[in-house]
Design a protein around this ligand. Structure first.
Ligand code: NAD
Ligand code: TYD
Length: 360
């Protein structure tokens, strides 16, 4: 079996669901169930004996060591992290604890487990570290997309903490020989994404008739990847990636934020028309994020050329599926909008609306 960390979060849950839909191999899922972890994402696996859920912290060395000994996984896929840039600006401490200290402790426990293996299980073992394109910093207009050798220039507490964890993963391969694979992925979107990130926030706010808060001029560019394409890329890297190598994963979908929000509004206008007119009238420009990275873009040539992986969805097909999923799963949305979620929205957006903000 494999051990997955953070498998109750957005990408981790999609990965576990797709994995168990596509193969028989079991999954031990270690997740602390922070605000971002949600057992409802895994509800369809409630009766599935191949899925073993353990609520716990990756930084709990005794627990992780015990799980490794008990289940003897052939691989660990490490998703668990604090993942939201805005939260890292408000409170970086948990990012340092989970993303850096937690990853370090996980690596230590895995190193000792791996040392204890022999022969083929030792040779075939893999630790796959899931990271982000944000570690490379911000690109200027016209600058070439990030390749795997791009210099690390993280700009937010989130990306700095992920960069630190990438360096630890690299060092454990270089120093101890641990068979580490690292993936650096662009912005994901799709089902089960917590509505604090751009795309689900815009869908959920629009459906509630609330303002759609676009930071700054809305011309910041992200490179969007449908979450199921990310999951298939990770499975492919696990299967065929070379230990010590880094693989950038992206969807070749660079788009300014305002275009994304307009696309969502256009889809909602067609799928769930409103008497007040277009959802675009809800777009509200708000104060920019401090240190906001202007552009990310992934060059995914390496994973495509060496491992034969390609995304299946275009942005148009992926965003349509995503909007439809949120329309079909309103009870999931209601359930994640807990007291803690509402408190976050109140703190983060209050006082942020620019006096001169344009409402279209
Ligand atoms: P998420 O915030 O939705 O989920 C994170 C999960 O990790 C949650 O289930 C949470 O409970 C769990 N977790 C947090 N701290 C933990 C701890 N100490 N011990 C055990 N579990 C813990 O995040 P996501 O969007 O699913 O991202 C998953 C990974 O992918 C992260 O490493 C992130 O940096 C990376 N990534 C995300 C994106 C994106 O667009 N979402 C893009 C590139 C890379
Ligand atoms: P986000 O989904 O938080 O991902 P990341 O910061 O990791 O790229 O944000 C995506 C982009 O959308 C980013 O440029 C910030 C912008 N954004 C807004 O304009 N308004 C919002 O309310 C949010 C959450 C994000």
């Amino acid at each position: 079996m494999i051990l997955v960390t953070g498998g109750a979060g957005f990408i981790g849950a999609n990965f576990v669901l797709d994995w168990l839909a596509q193969c028989e191999e079991g999954v031990v899922n270690l997740d602390v169930l922070s605000y971002a972890g949600n057992m409802e994402n895994l509800a369809t696996l409630a009766e599935d004996e191949r899925h073993i859920f353990i609520r716990g912290d990756i930084g709990n060395s005794a627990l992780v060591s015990e799980l490794l000994q008990r289940y003897q996984p052939r691989a660990v896929v490490h998703f668990a992290a604090e993942s939201h840039v805005d939260r890292s600006i408000h409170g970086p401490e948990t990012f340092i604890q989970t993303n850096i200290v937690g990853t370090f402790r996980l690596l230590e426990a895995i190193r000792f487990y791996w040392y204890g293996l022999d022969g083929k299980p030792k040779q075939d073992f893999r630790f796959l570290h899931v990271s982000t394109d944000e570690v490379y910093g911000s690109l200027a207009k016209g600058e070439a997309a990030f390749t795997e050798t791009h210099q690390y220039q993280p700009n937010s507490p989130y990306s700095a903490s992920k960069a630190a964890s990438d360096h630890l993963a690299r060092a454990y391969h270089h120093t101890y020989g641990l068979p580490v694979l690292t993936t650096n992925c662009s912005n994901n979107y799709g089902s089960y994404q917590f509505p604090e990130k751009l795309i689900p926030l815009m869908i959920v706010n629009a459906l509630a008739g609330k303002p759609l808060p676009v930071y700054g001029d809305g011309q910041q560019i992200r490179d969007w990847l449908y979450v199921k394409d990310h999951c298939s890329a990770i499975a492919r890297v696990l299967e065929a990636g070379v230990p010590g190598e880094i693989y950038n994963i992206g969807g070749w979908n660079e788009k300014p934020n305002l275009e994304i929000v307009n696309s969502i509004c256009g889809l909602l206008d067609a799928l769930r028309p409103q008497i007040f007119g277009s959802y675009r009238s809800l777009i509200t420009f708000v104060a920019d994020r401090p240190g906001h990275d202007r552009r990310y873009a992934i060059d995914a040539s390496k994973i495509e050329g060496e491992l034969g992986w390609k995304p299946v969805e275009t942005f148009e097909t992926g965003i349509r599926k995503t909007v439809q999923w949120y329309l079909d799963n309103s009870s999931w949305v209601e359930n994640v909008q807990s007291g803690a979620y509402l408190a976050w929205v109140a703190t983060h957006y209050q006082g942020r609306v620019d006096e001169d903000s344009v409402v279209r």
